[in-house]
Ligand binder design. Structure first.
Ligand code: CAA
Length: 257
């Protein structure tokens, strides 16, 4: 795959997307979001890939949607084009998605992080939704996903003041899975993604779907969804293999189905 504003590579069943627009702190313009969507579609279709990692540079994961691309927009075109709807391609990836975040993850950059399933942050990471400072508000899921991740009080604090929080506050708040020294970020993200990739693919995809269902439904409906999904895994080769391997005290050989 060859792109203008992102780089992609595959390491041991893990697909990597690196945002690569350093002169603009990886500001997410239409081209970049389109390229991310294309790369995700390719990784999604590749049965050898069990997990995807998205990352940026040392200085910025992404400093938001491209303000220079948006400054002259007016309401009719944003509505008619359904501006930002294309970002849904990130949230709708069915395979697990890991964010590896160093530096700024602001506005749309923070919203991409919120679309990811596991968030590994460097100790240099800074998170925020500063749209209020430029006359708008989060538009790629920030007000909805942040409140689910960190609760109302912290979400209001961040959205209404536009302030940034550092990696340790983000971890304490529940936005981040783990914080590591910046020099370990890629290795830690790869290790997490590999740990996911070596599991059964149908299983990890079912787990992602079930956890995400918790944000969409009542507890009783969610529990029913979980139980039926759990039961459905007994129709897979990998359930037979995983349980047999445990009983036989050997490593499982998953087929992803
Ligand atoms: N859009 C476009 N360009 C951006 C950008 C963005 N979001 N963020 C940074 N840049 C550009 C700057 O314009 C600058 O380019 P030039 O050298 O051509 O002037 C370059 O990146 C470096 O940025 P700074 O000189 O500003 O670097 P800094 O270290 O002084 O500050 C920063 C870093 C605090 C992150 C600052 O760049 C900043 O505040 N950026 C904007 C953050 C923001 O408001 N994000 C929200 C965007 S709106 C959004 O995301 C809507 C949504 O919900 C999807």
């Amino acid at each position: 795959m060859s792109f203008e504003l992102i780089r992609t590579n595959i390491i041991d069943r893990v697909g990597w997307i690196t945002l690569d627009r350093r002169d603009a702190l990886n500001a997410l313009n239409a081209v970049m979001v389109g390229e991310i969507a294309s790369a995700l579609a390719v990784f999604s279709a590749n049965p050898d890939i069990g997990c995807v990692v998205i990352t940026g540079s040392d200085r910025a994961f992404a400093a938001g949607a491209d303000i220079k691309e948006a400054v002259d927009r007016c309401y009719p075109e944003t509505f008619l084009e359904d501006f930002l709807a294309s970002w849904d391609a990130i949230a709708s990836l069915r395979k697990p998605l890991v964010a590896a975040v160093a530096g700024y993850a602001l506005g749309g950059g923070c919203e991409v992080v919120l679309m990811c399933d596991v968030v590994i942050a460097a100790d240099t990471a800074r998170f925020g939704l500063p749209e209020v400072k430029i006359g708008v508000m989060p538009g790629a899921g920030g007000t909805q996903r942040l409140v689910r991740a960190v609760g109302k009080a912290k979400a209001m604090d961040l959205c209404l003041t536009g302030r940034m929080m550092d990696a340790s506050e983000a971890e304490l708040s529940g936005l981040v899975s783990r914080v590591v020294p910046a020099s370990n970020l890629r290795a830690e993200a790869q290790a997490v993604a590999e740990a996911i990739s070596t599991k059964s693919r149908i299983n990890t995809m079912a787990i992602k779907e079930s956890v995400n269902r918790a944000f969409e439904t009542s507890l009783s409906e969610g529990l029913l969804f979980e139980r039926r999904t759990f039961q459905s895994l007994f129709a897979t080769h990998d359930q037979k293999e995983g349980m047999a391997a445990f009983v036989e005290k050997r490593a499982p050989q998953f087929r992803g189905r």
